[in-house]
Design a protein. Sequence first.
Length: 381
Amino acid sequence: MNLLCCCCGNMAPNTRITRKWELFAGRNKFYCDGLLMSAPHTGVFYLTCILITGTSALFFAFDCPFLATRINPIIPIVGAVLYFFTMSSLLRTTFTDPGVIPRASHDEAAYIEKQIEVPNSLNSPTYRPPPRTKEVLVKGQTVKLKYCFTCKIFRPPRASHCSLCDNCVDRFDHHCPWVGNCVGKRNYRFFYLFLVSLAFLAVFIFSCSVTHLVLLMKAEQEIFEVIKKAPFTVIVVFICFFSIWSVIGLAGFHTYLTTSDQTTNEDLKGSFSSKGGQRSINPYSRGNICLNCCHILCGPMTPSLIDRRGIATDDYILQMQQHSSPRHPLSDVMSASHVGSSGMVTAQPVIAGVSTGINVGGNDIKNRLYEEETPIALRIW
Ligand SMILES: [Zn+2]
Ligand SMILES: [Zn+2]
């Protein structure tokens, strides 16, 4: 890209390098010149940071000096280690690419559209819309691949489109506003470690603060005197008491998912539960709790598929401009149905009861009823 020089009128080379993250088609936010990325809305993530840091700070300031002298000087050290482990896992979950699958290029999308289009049958009264699914075998089990109208790709097994980030994510677990990112193939291990370390931190702070209050009670004999003497300890006990159950519950739930190699999305959809008396086997499980845990938590980290710090060439910029051209009318219908009401996020795009004219592969289809999948609501956590 060249610019006209303001002094001499000659063409001057544009020295500014455009990185691919600047032209990214999804809604993700990028930081540090594309090194870090997160979901578009991170307000709740900052609330998570404030809650964890604020409660820990009150504990370190008002409980630790007392407990270190009266019980054991190692208490503040254990608390600090748990706090830093929790926060580093949280930050890694928030700012790591969860496994975003790049959208198809213009040529790739045209090729796929051509493959799935069914010509010459539009005027037939028995016309059915072209199938938007493919079937593949995973360990001898048939797995359906769904076509994503936004990314213009057949999603790989276990991938799903996040309506908030507007991307397909590999091994999509769920979109978590508390960590400010999607949880997927590349950041699930950090998310799991965050939950487990947060559960340990909450239990540790809660038990230490209760011990502090009990020792004060022994000395003062009067509960109001104790509250007057240690009001911040009482606040810490309250915060921990109300958060500890959901944190332990979530850590337990994700331990179950990790040991059985399932995602939240698959568990809520009942992908591997018995259907019609037929037992459905999870083809992704390694058949053993230890192997599943090792694979998910210690297996090699797959590289990011989006070259976000790569230099955007002229060809790439042209390609992205084609992407930003008016989208497929059908994809707009789908986008509208991605997000449910009252903070619920649907895991899969849904087109149900669309009875007006819509365009598939350049052909008008009137009065058709589409139903791709029953909406599955994912609770946000
Ligand atoms: Zn998609
Ligand atoms: Zn997301």
